[in-house]
Design a protein around this ligand. Structure first.
Ligand code: AMP
Ligand code: ZN
Length: 462
């Protein structure tokens, strides 16, 4: 089946084929680690997780690079304000970022390069741009000359006006109206961290960081490059200019951008004071799976409005999925194989694949899952399936979950929960209800809720 993805560069859905057979090389712009990432950031990282998992479902091996921006204007500002080193600012947030990725069940990328560990690669790239006459030195800084790169503006469909083309900006972030030459290397400023370089002491601009790290790990031409839509200009436009001017090769074959997580009509952003971190929501008692469900529930190219009602709904959807899964795992009946089951499973699997193949249509994928549950639940409740049938359904559900990532597997990590449940069962058998209540309370405190059913005790995370 053909996978079709919307390429922002062409503004069209295109059939996807990687440059190297069966291997897909993706660069994903990572977090700027000067604070906790907010759930808007995680919407983008979860879209990238969906992309990665879908590519794998379609049989590709994925090599993904996600950089950590651990030096830029914002981090330096934070370090100067608190009179501490860059590392003091970034280390706790890098740790928190990886914890959050685990909590949200994001599959790890193959590489997480840090900008501060790739300064030589950046200097090398800047050197090539100077040699080719696409960059110029001014004082101790180096700027990219956008007039030397005629395709400049093709990604964001914007062009510099004549009088703007000869001005330059030091800041990494600016609006389309300010389109201009931009800094590759910024001359050292009093009190700021710096690195020695052939152009004098200074530090890299944000855009050169991503070009250098992307090409270092993935080669001159990448299959896919992703980020939030706010990264398209100037960040990705500048990445194209730097990389292609240096190599003469196409930098990225497919550009994918996700739309924003919004709050009451405005983009969620730290600077707007309307953001929530993952930790804020977990502290309010929401489950990580419901947050994952909510943040992936709209198509990645449409804005998604964040509300607590939406999160409550997501919690209900996730509970239905978990209950269905646990019902399958605990199924006791054993009738003949159901004649209609194989056809139904094939149909729902095809629906899932067709939906994802169409530019990651997540609503279609979710509806394939919920239809599957509606098909199977009556038979499960009436005991009208064989154990072989149930194993087939579990297999299909797990294959859906390779992409959706919503199931709570009761694996070895949960052994301690099962051990306590077993101890509680023993206590109840000998009518030691004070001990059994004590165990229930202990589990509740650890976020585990028990439900006693006719089939035995079930547990779920709160
Ligand atoms: P930053 O840490 O600011 O570099 O952002 C990390 C990623 O999150 C980038 O790909 C941004 O485009 C993305 N991003 C920032 N704000 C939002 C938002 N409100 N919704 C979705 N993605 C966002
Ligand atoms: Zn980037």
């Amino acid at each position: 089946m053909d996978l079709r993805l919307y390429n922002t560069y062409s503004r069209q859905k295109e059939g996807f084929t990687p440059l190297r057979e069966s291997e897909v090389r993706i660069y994903t712009c990572g977090p700027t680690v000067y604070d906790f990432a907010h759930i808007g950031n995680y919407r983008t990282f979860l879209f990238e997780d969906l992309l990665r998992r879908t590519l794998q479902l379609f049989g590709y091996r994925v090599v993904q690079v996600m950089n950590l921006t651990d030096v830029d204007d914002k981090i330096i500002h934070a370090a100067l304000t608190r009179s501490v080193s860059l590392e003091t600012i970034t280390a706790p947030f890098i740790k928190a970022f990886f914890e959050d990725l685990g909590t949200l069940n994001v599959e790890p990328a193959e590489y997480y390069p840090r900008a501060t560990e790739h300064i030589p690669q950046m200097l090398c790239l800047i050197g090539i741009l100077l040699e080719k006459g696409c960059a110029y030195r001014l004082g101790g800084s180096v700027y990219f000359d956008i007039s030397k790169f005629p395709p400049y503006g093709n990604l964001s469909r914007t062009k510099a006006s004549q009088n703007r083309a000869f001005s330059r900006l030091e800041s990494d972030e600016y609006e389309k109206e300010e389109i201009t030459d931009f800094a590759l290397w910024k001359e050292r400023k009093e009190g700021e961290p710096f690195w020695e370089s052939p152009f004098g002491p200074g530090r890299p601009g944000w855009h050169i960081e991503c070009s250098a790290m992307a090409m270092h790990y993935l080669g001159e031409t990448l299959d896919l490059h992703t980020g939030g839509i706010d990264n398209m200009f100037p960040h990705h436009e500048n990445e194209i200019a730097q990389s292609e001017a240096a190599t003469g090769q196409m930098f990225v074959r497919y550009w994918l951008h996700s739309s924003h997580l919004m709050v009451e009509g405005e983009r969620m952003a730290k600077s707007k004071g309307n953001s929530y971190t993952l930790r804020d929501l977990l502290a309010k008692g929401f489950s990580s799976k419901a947050i994952r469900f909510l943040l992936t529930s709209a198509h990645y190219r449409t804005p998604l409005n964040f509300t607590f009602d939406g999160l409550v709904q997501a919690e209900k959807h996730v509970k239905r999925i978990q209950d269905f899964f646990h019902r399958l795992l605990e199924y006791q009946g054993n009738t003949e194989n159901h004649p209609e089951l194989p056809g139904i499973l094939r149909r729902r699997e095809n629906e899932l694949l067709d939906s994802l193949a169409d530019d990651l249509n997540i609503s279609g994928a979710h509806s394939a899952l919920f239809s599957l549950m509606r098909d199977i639940n009556p038979w499960l409740l009436s005991g009208n399936l064989s154990l072989h049938d149930v194993r087939s359904v579990i297999g299909v559900l797990r294959s859906f979950d390779q992409v959706l990532g919503l199931l709570e597997e009761k694996g070895e990590a949960d052994g301690w929960i099962l051990a306590l449940i077993e101890e509680r069962n023993q206590a109840r058998k000998r009518q030691d209800f004070s001990r059994s209540d004590q165990i229930r309370d202990e589990l509740i405190q650890k976020g585990i809720v028990l439900e006693d059913t006719a089939q035995g005790t079930r547990w779920r995370k709160k």
